[in-house]
Design a protein. Structure first.
Length: 501
């Protein structure tokens, strides 16, 4: 089963560039005879040799003006010693290189290599190594480097990026002008957010982590790849002596006129993820009294549904933004019941200071699930500003709403109340379809109702949703045309697999 936790599964840490600099400084002080740059070069050369395979012997290495360029010189020297025909191109002034990079440059020259000012035109490259820019890049590459990036992207051979594809911002995944579209990336020490969110996954290809023998404990760990291994100790099969009262009662509030499907999707997801009872409080006057597809759902008037003995609330799917909807959001936030806030509930909070204050005052777990446009409304900024730094946006939302937040999108950013944060790498482009967010909110509500804490629910539910969509694609259902309904049954199957059921 995809994503099944095991004793071999270890949480994968993520670090921002400032943290990585501190780790590098501490490691460099204790590096011994072999520098970090030498270790990086050897690790990358080993992977490069595998990628070349039987394609030929001609390797093009592109070296930049900083330490990433130093890594490139190290790679070139290693590959040359293994009898590859290596051509190294760099517009950078060797005298201006950082100290370690100057040492690597000298090593390349001592090995008989030369630094070319232009790419040889008479070669059929078996591999291009991108060592132009690393995690320090903060602006668009200059013209001479942009031309080399364009050349790398025009090649049909594998392209191996060192640490991060040149032109991609390490902390955000934002494209800065021209950017390398790598087939493979070997990243050093640990994963970077920019490889995992926004435009990063479309440019880094297959990612390999080379830890360089560094224990990153010098910086307190606070970020991980979202996955079931983080909470594997919580995932246990149900006892035989189990009843529906132990599985939680969940209420979905939504389903205004013309949007009944949103509330029903959330309700169906909650039911199939194991909730003992699911009430759906439908706002529409013409709402159905029974879901003929899933008759186990209990459709109620919103006031009646809120009056039930509940373990979790989901407010927002198809809710609308009228006065009645605003009253229901206020009632949900005033309760001491764990709550998922989604869709129109988020929009209402964005436009109502009293609702925002009520959310921030809540003691019970609150999960907020905005997409970038909803996050922008909540933060009072443009959507583009949210996307420029998804980590910062999710962090600010979590603090201001006092909520566990998932900022949805490619590489969803998850921020827990305690400051821990995660990036979810499951899921695919097929999830860009109507109703997917409603299914996620139902999954999250179900886990809250079953007694999972907010942070565990945030991670497990978001990752599970993506894994379910990935399983559907592997089965030939999507990504084009994948529907939200189809992910619900797959999510149930994956969830049972995680439990050993």
């Amino acid at each position: 089963m995809a994503g099944t936790p095991s004793s071999a599964s270890m949480p994968q840490p993520i670090y921002l560039s400032a943290d990585l600099r501190r780790i590098e400084e501490a490691a460099a002080a204790n590096a011994g005879a072999t520098s970090l740059m030498e270790r990086a070069g050897q690790a990358a050369a080993d992977l490069a040799a595998q990628l070349v395979s039987e394609r030929g012997k001609d390797v093009l290495v592109l070296a930049g003006p900083g330490n990433n360029g130093g890594d490139a010189y190290e790679v070139a020297a290693h590959l040359k010693s293994e009898y590859f025909r290596v051509s190294l191109v760099s517009p950078a002034d060797p005298a201006a290189l950082p100290r370690d990079a100057q040492h690597a440059h000298r090593k390349w020259l001592d090995a008989g290599g030369e630094v070319l000012s232009a790419v040889p035109q008479d070669r059929k490259w078996a591999l291009v190594v991108d060592g132009l820019f690393g995690i320090g890049l903060a602006r668009a590459p200059q013209a001479e480097y942009a031309q080399l990036i364009k050349f790398a992207n025009s090649q049909r051979c594998p392209v191996l990026a060192l640490d991060i594809p040149s032109g991609l911002e390490s902390d955000t995944g934002r494209v800065l002008g021209e950017v390398v579209r790598a087939t493979h990336t070997i990243t050093f020490i640990a994963l970077k957010p920019g490889l995992l969110t926004l435009d990063g996954p479309d440019h880094c290809g297959a990612v390999t982590v080379a830890d360089l023998g560094i224990a990153a404990g010098v910086v307190e760990q606070g970020a991980w790849i979202a996955g079931p291994e983080l909470f594997a100790n919580l995932l246990k099969p149900r006892l035989r002596n189990f009843h529906k009262g132990q599985a939680g009662s969940v209420c979905i509030l939504g389903g205004a006129s013309g949007m009944a499907g949103a509330a029903l999707l959330a309700g169906r997801a909650a039911l199939m993820l194991g909730s003992g009872r699911v009430y759906v409080g439908m706002l529409a006057p013409e709402a159905p009294i029974v879901d003929l597809t899933v008759p186990e759902l209990m459709l109620r008037h919103p006031d009646e549904a809120l009056g039930m003995e509940l373990d979790a609330l989901v407010v927002g799917p198809g809710l609308g933004q009228g006065e009645r909807a605003e009253t229901l959001v206020g009632a949900a936030l005033a309760s001491d019941i764990p709550c998922v806030i989604d869709a129109d509930a988020l929009n209402l909070i964005a436009g109502n200071a009293d609702l925002r204050d009520a959310c921030a005052r809540r003691k019970a777990d609150t999960l907020a699930t905005p997409h970038p446009a909803e996050a922008a409304r909540l933060l009072g900024v443009e959507t583009s500003e949210v996307q420029q730094d998804r980590y910062a946006a999710a962090q600010r939302l979590s603090r201001e709403l006092h909520a566990h937040v998932v900022l949805k999108g490619g590489g969803s950013i998850l921020f827990a109340r305690d400051g821990h944060w995660f990036i979810n790498t499951s899921g695919n482009a097929g999830m860009a379809s109507a109703g997917m967010g409603d299914v996620l909110s139902g999954i999250l509500g179900s886990l809250l109702g079953q007694g999972y804490a907010g942070e565990a629910t945030l991670v497990l539910g978001t990752h599970l949703h993506g894994v379910a969509a990935d399983e559907q694609v592997r089965a030939g259902i999507g990504p084009v045309g994948l529907t939200a309904s189809e992910t619900i049954v797959a999510a149930r199957r994956v969830w049972n697999g995680w439990h050993g059921g």
